[in-house]
Design a binder for this molecule. Sequence first.
Ligand code: GAP
Length: 458
Amino acid sequence: MEKETEQNKMDKIISLAKRRGFVYQGSEIYGGLGGTYSYGPLGVELKNNIKQLWWKKFVQDRTDVVGIDGPILLHPKLWEASGHKAGFGDAMVDCKECKKRFRADHLVEEAIGIDMEGENEKMNQAIQENKIKCPACGKFNWTDVRDFNMMFKTEMNGVEESVFLRPETAGAIFIEFKNIIDSTRKKIPFGIAQIGKAFRNEIVAGNFIFRLREFEQMEIEYLIHPNMDWEPLFEEWIKLQEDFALELGAKREDLRRREHSKEKLSHYSKKTVDIEYNFPFGGFKELFGLAHRGDFDLTQHSKYSNEKLEYFDQDSGERFTPHIIEPTFGVERSLLMTLISAYNEEEVEGEMRVVLKLPKKIAPVKVAILPLSKKEELTKPTMELFNSLKNSFVCQYDETQSIGKRYRRQDEIGTPFCITFDFDSLNDLSVTVRDRDTMKQDRVKIEEVESYLKEKLK
Ligand code: GAP
């Protein structure tokens, strides 16, 4: 797709997301608060469905993964041990003329096409030598490139040092390692999973809900024996991550893997791969990540807490510090990818139909239940049908505007099935069931509707 059309598509998705109640700008009536969003009545359902699908697939359906829900506020020492306090952030550069701040690596890469992330001196030189101008005001007057810590700081009663909002969920998992081993008696290899909020004071948030300052992660710390042949397991996890993206509706050709080069790899990581998605803004960007973290985390937390974080294998009598493979997923990036993949425009009888072809299992509303007219002789039995189906499916009752407009509205929010109760229904005790994707309509006996839908929504 060409750049302008891609931007156009993004604008349409953002507008639909607001108009239909998926996503709103955070604190909008006060002028907005950058990098924060609210999820409306449909957004919260879609987000919950994505998280539930993940939890079922990676925790409940597996015998080798257990879940936890740790706090957002964690002991300040944790961030010293993990290295976040000393060096979690990006390098920034300020325009002295218009006072706008940029991520230095993004500024350089956009101007000269070279990724210099982590090399501040080189970026300073590149900005000067290439006379890179400020993208906002067009002037050339920069501060030096400086490191910027992205953790949000706060104060807590009774704690002398500053406390931080966690910038990733992983930390809360590492420090519960001992409790989990003691309380579950799980044998290695096994994983610990968590879904929860993370906060990063990003230098530049943007691209709708792609880069946020408050977001959610779904992470697993998978513990293995240090001598394990880990490469096949690593490959298995990448495939599982790709499968999850496909299950949310991504097309195979819109996914790719990007392995971090030796120079970019953290000193403790044996291998890190990003699973990228072809977003309509700027092409392939990180969707999920997978990293071999070695024994870095458990060793560091052991050192800083003075607690032995080792595993004792009762069969072999061996004691060791496990290594960790970490698959990580962003909730909002998953949601954004889902909306982008599902968005379709089709011409139907000379009119444009906008339809979200969401995978049925994550659609916020499964069945819309519509009386053909607002007359009580129809609304009463339609409401009875709603009441009889609501325990089996998420249903929406709607009696406003023409039936055609109601169908289009349900198409726009991705509802897989619409049921219309018309005047004939009073006599033939049947209703019309319309399929979102094919727009094909079936006449189904009211007493069979529930089993018909159960079969179709399987
Ligand atoms: N524990 C590893 C970790 O946090 P990461 O690559 O920094 O790794 C993991 O983040 C995932 O979290 C990313 O793949 C992305 O989906 C999501 N993510 C990271 N920063 C984000 C942000 N500012 N806004 C939205 N999602 C973000």
